[in-house]
Ligand binder design. Structure first.
Ligand SMILES: CC(C)(COP(=O)(O)OP(=O)(O)OC[C@H]1O[C@@H](n2cnc3c(N)ncnc32)[C@H](O)[C@@H]1OP(=O)(O)O)[C@@H](O)C(=O)NCCC(=O)NCCS
Length: 229
């Protein structure tokens, strides 16, 4: 199973998953609006076992990916410090595997990392025990209020919020600590023949708060660098 960012080409499959799993449906252009306006926030779960392995050509054929879950998310148009989960669903065949939780964590982390969002909101049907369990028990959302007759069929919604600053505090602190420990430190390398291998150095990248700010980057020795490159 692969969790990756939503691409425009996924949208028909995401719309199909939405139509299959939820009564709240949207026009294609609404998905596109999310994908183009906040390209870092919406994710899909892809069943990669549905791709055909083909050893003779470049390794997977172009059979369409099987989208088995998605989260569609945005930043509130009126408050750019608040994220919003527009829609989330996982196909019945792939439930209770932790996919919804992973999709939600990826999206909320990206809200924090790319938009410095302070909280994230959502609505859920008061009868939707599965989603309420996921949001409150697993992810730490708090019920804010009941919105009467929020849905077209007259059902009430819980409006929920998660404080992203608290939710990612430990992760962000750890990332900052790691950055301080390794900033500018030469981790050294082997000498002689072994030293000719690519040397890896930890560098700090990303935006303000640096969640996931440490990546391994290949650094060439001065003697290996090509002039003008
Ligand atoms: C709600 C939904 C997205 C959960 O997807 P999922 O991938 O099965 O959820 P996860 O496997 O990540 O579950 C994480 C946790 O959420 C809670 N949970 C999920 N499904 C549950 C269920 N049917 N009953 C009770 N708790 C449930 C559990 O705490 C679960 O952890 P556990 O499996 O270790 O007990 C999925 O059931 C779904 O698509 N439902 C239809 C669409 C929908 O309701 N979307 C939400 C609209 S607001």
């Amino acid at each position: 199973m692969d969790i990756r960012l939503l691409r425009s080409s996924d949208i028909p499959n995401v719309q199909l998953a939405n139509l299959t799993n939820l009564p709240e449906n949207y026009f294609l252009k609404y998905y596109l609006y999310h994908a183009l306006s906040w390209p870092q926030l919406s994710y899909v779960a892809v069943d990669v076992s549905s791709l055909e392995y083909n050893a003779s050509s470049n390794p997977y054929t172009s059979k369409p990916p099987k989208i088995v879950g998605y989260v569609l998310a945005k930043i509130d148009e009126d408050n750019n410090q608040t994220g919003h989960i527009t829609s989330l669903s996982v196909m019945r065949t792939h439930r209770r595997l932790g996919l919804a939780e992973k999709l939600m964590r990826q999206s909320t982390r990206a809200m924090r990392e790319y938009y410095n969002a302070r909280d994230v909101s959502l609505h859920v049907r008061c009868s939707n025990q599965a989603a309420i369990g996921l949001y409150t028990e697993r992810l730490g959302f708090a019920r804010e209020k009941v919105e009467s007759k929020y849905y077209a069929d007259g059902e009430d919604a819980f409006s929920m919020k998660l404080d992203l600053v608290s939710a990612f505090k430990d992760e962000e602190k750890a990332a900052e600590g790691e950055g301080e420990k390794t900033d500018g430190v030469d981790e050294g390398g082997e000498v002689g023949e072994a030293g000719k291998k690519e040397e890896k150095k930890t560098v700090k990248v990303g935006r303000q708060l640096g969640v996931q700010s440490l990546v391994e980057n290949v650094v060439q020795k001065p003697s290996q660098q090509v002039a003008g490159a």
